[in-house]
Design a protein around this ligand. Structure first.
Ligand code: ADP
Ligand code: ZN
Ligand code: ZN
Length: 711
């Protein structure tokens, strides 16, 4: 006897490199559309899966067939659409991960974890109605530069790179483009939707406020939702379902939002597109910015990237045509050089630290400048990209250093709670009173972090009074002060309300915030990045300093009322370095031109394409040995693409050991992205086979990073 059964292919999150294929077959009593969410048995568990595109053959199952039936269908959630499935399939292929892993990781965790009856209950909850009062949207008049950008975005296809100074009103342009898309709402069967991405979770509340106040009166409170990892799982599920069903018209989120199901997607905005946090650093190491470009093209949505300091990739891709290069780049570059209200950009002051007393943290002129600002009631911001009190503790007598026993890194001295903490593995001990090696009490911090800056400023400004004769108030914002939920919001609110005179912090405070009364920004020790082995270090430092400078003088009216000028201070032992020269004139274009010339001569991105394979093992020999063997196997097999892909020898990572794991990597480079992709695809099974050989037994894991940001 046999039964009529449909055979469905289901994408599952199977353990990576488990050897199980991307899709598993299950039996179903009825045909199921691709994109349908199902629960299926896997081993002894029952897991979430997604019906995937394949020949859903209806067949006679032979007697005793082992095909297991699906356990159930998640009724109430419409199947994920074809454009979404294509995006996931592309991301999996391009970033060398399993399809099921990427597809399932792109869904909110509760879809995986909730039992079907729990989910059904969740789905029955009423969602905030998306009908607003249909009020007209209150708009401010655009500047000529904003208007010109808006007009071109509306009439051309893009993708667009909006190159606008800090405070030039880029967000206002986003808002107007979003509005245009929602209002156009073509007579399709699905309402138009927009995706707006920002790099950091802590930037979403401010942006959400602007979008809600603009669009909620017209489209209803449920029309704007957020999607980021700082949300609770129930919140994430709710936002995700709203986007999937179309009740949400605008989704604001971090990189993960690029995978939101948005069947009506018509516009994607990527704010601060240069920001490294758009690149995922674990699992599928995707670039949300690059996927946004791909998704926009596939799904027929316009893509708008915005930045004051674009990535060199996007800058190069938006180059205008020239006689030698009549095609130009594939992006449309739009320029907004002026600050709103004719506000001036910060004047850059460089202090040559060679001329300052040795060990001075704050040079005399910088301290003087901060003092004057405090006395006038203006705010200053002091930036140092290192948290803790000091990066290392050392013994004067025997030279002992506070090395982490598990990593090739120092344990950082945190004075507030008297601990030594490893920022790589988390290993924490109490600060010893005596040198653990020789017993000497003469142990001292070396170098400085934000805790120390805060303490020193407290001493240096002890006598300085504000206009109301009260003492200066200093605050610090970094990953240590903002661990508690809501802490960052509370601390930022204090800055906004003027309760803080000097704000000390890491790069966390340099990005995006629309501070109104900061008139001075100082980078006290930016030199570290100048001589880094990472070829992108200068680009990142320049972007960070420009962003930081952009936090000063954002309110032209306030500046005029104060009769003050905003300043960006840089203390450096190399004040004439090209990065600081370009910063001085706020000349991103000159900086980019110089960097691109170097990159072109050295055949580096964006003139070449790269990928890394990283391997982790108990010993460095095993980690490197695996990579060497896999390289030899690739050559022996004569893999496709190999003729135009350069494979470099394996090397240890800069921080070679973390949590007792030895780490090695090797670089691959090619002038052809397609060839690199062909090679990686063909190499994947070779890497698997190599791994299973007995001599690589000590290997813990390996992974591929396509278009890596740091090498
Ligand atoms: P950016 O994103 O480029 O740094 P924003 O969009 O945040 O700049 O704009 C900076 C400030 O100028 C904001 O406070 C914003 O409300 C204000 N602003 C933007 N556009 C205009 C405009 N056309 N008229 C008046 N104020 C504007
Ligand atoms: Zn000692
Ligand atoms: Zn450690």
């Amino acid at each position: 006897m046999s039964i009529k059964t449909a055979i469905v292919q289901v994408a599952l999150h199977t353990p990576s490199h488990s050897g199980v294929g991307d899709l598993l077959s299950y039996a179903s009593e009825r045909q199921l559309a691709p994109g349908t969410l199902v629960r299926v048995p896997l081993g002894t568990r029952e897991v979430l899966g997604m019906v995937w595109d394949a020949d859903n053959a209806t067949g006679e199952l032979p007697d005793g067939a082992t095909l297991r039936p699906i356990a159930g269908v998640l009724e109430g959630v419409a199947p994920l659409g074809l454009p979404w499935r294509r995006l996931v399939a592309f991301a999996a292929r391009y970033y060398q991960r399993a399809l099921g892993e990427v597809a399932l990781a792109a869904l909110p965790p509760q879809l995986r974890d909730l039992r079907p009856e729990q989910l059904a209950r969740r789905l029955r909850r009423p969602v905030a109605a998306a009908d607003g009062s249909q009020d007209a949207i209150q708009n401010i008049a655009l500047t000529a530069e904003q208007e010109s950008a808006r007009a071109r975005i509306s009439s051309e296809n893009g993708p667009f790179l909006l190159f606008g100074s800090t405070g030039s009103g880029k967000t206002e342009v986003y808002l107007r483009c979003v509005q245009a898309v929602l209002e156009a709402d073509p007579a399709s069967d699905f309402p138009a939707q927009v995706l707006v991405m920002v790099p950091e979770i802590n930037l979403t509340p401010q942006l959400e406020e602007r979008f809600v106040s603009r669009f909620a009166p017209r489209y209803g409170a449920g029309a704007v939702v957020s999607l980021h990892s700082g949300m609770t799982n129930p919140q994430r599920l709710k936002s995700w379902l709203a986007a999937h069903s179309g009740t949400a018209r605008i989704v604001l989120g971090t990189r993960m939002a690029v995978f939101a199901s948005l069947p009506g997607l018509k516009l994607i905005v990527v704010d601060e597109e240069h920001d490294p946090s758009y690149k995922q650093q674990e699992g599928a190491r995707y670039s949300a910015r690059d996927l946004a470009i791909w998704r926009g093209r596939e799904q027929g949505a316009k893509v708008l990237l915005g930045s004051a300091t674009p990535s060199l990739e996007s800058w190069h891709a938006s180059r205008p045509p020239t006689p030698e290069d009549p095609e130009g780049g594939r992006y449309v570059r739009l320029h907004m050089p002026s600050r709103i209200g004719a506000g001036a950009l910060a004047r850059v002051r460089r202090v040559d630290m060679n001329q300052q007393p040795r060990r001075a943290v704050f040079s005399a002129p910088l301290l003087q400048a901060i003092t004057e600002r405090v006395a006038r009631g203006e705010q200053s911001m002091v930036l140092l990209n290192r948290r803790g009190y000091a990066p290392v503790l050392h013994c004067v007598d025997c030279g002992w250093k506070s090395d982490c026993p598990h990593c090739s890194a120092h344990q950082v001295f945190h004075k507030t709670d008297r601990t030594l903490r490893c920022h790589h593995c988390g290993y924490t001990v109490r600060v010893p009173f005596h040198c653990p090696t020789c017993g000497s009490p003469d142990i001292h911090p070396m170098g400085r972090g934000t805790e120390q800056l805060e303490e020193q400023l407290g001493t240096l400004l002890a006598e300085v009074l504000r206009p109301d004769r009260t003492p200066a108030r200093i605050a610090r914002i970094d990953a240590d002060t903002t661990k508690a939920k809501g802490a960052l919001e509370a601390q930022l609110a204090q800055v906004h309300s003027g309760e803080v005179d000097v704000l000390v912090g890491t790069q966390m405070i340099a990005k995006g915030h629309d501070f109104r009364r900061i008139t001075l920004v100082a980078a006290v020790q930016p030199d570290g990045a100048l001589f880094s082995s990472d070829f992108r270090a200068a680009e990142r430092l320049f972007a960070l300093l420009m962003q930081a400078a952009g936090r000063a003088g954002r309110d032209a009216a306030y500046m005029a009322a104060q009769g003050t000028q905003c300043e960006m201070w840089v203390q450096s032992f190399h004040p004439k370095h090209a990065v600081f020269e370009a910063l001085r004139t706020h000349d991103y274009e000159a900086f980019a031109a110089q960097q691109l010339k170097e990159r072109e001569e050295a055949a580096m991105p964006p003139f070449a394409y790269q990928a890394l394979v990283r391997s982790d093992a108990r010993t460095q020999e095993v980690a490197q040995g695996f990579l060497t063997a896999a390289t030899a196997a690739a050559h022996a097999a004569g893999l496709p693409g190999l003729d135009v892909v350069t494979l470099y020898p394996p090397v240890p990572l800069t921080i070679q050991r973390v949590a007792n794991v030895e780490r090695a990597q090797m670089l691959m480079e090619s002038s052809s992205r397609a060839a690199l992709q062909r090679f990686l695809a063909a190499w994947q099974p070779v890497l698997q086979t190599t791994r299973s050989q007995p001599e690589h037994k000590g290997l813990i894991r390996w992974l591929v990073d396509v278009d890596p940001l740091a090498i």
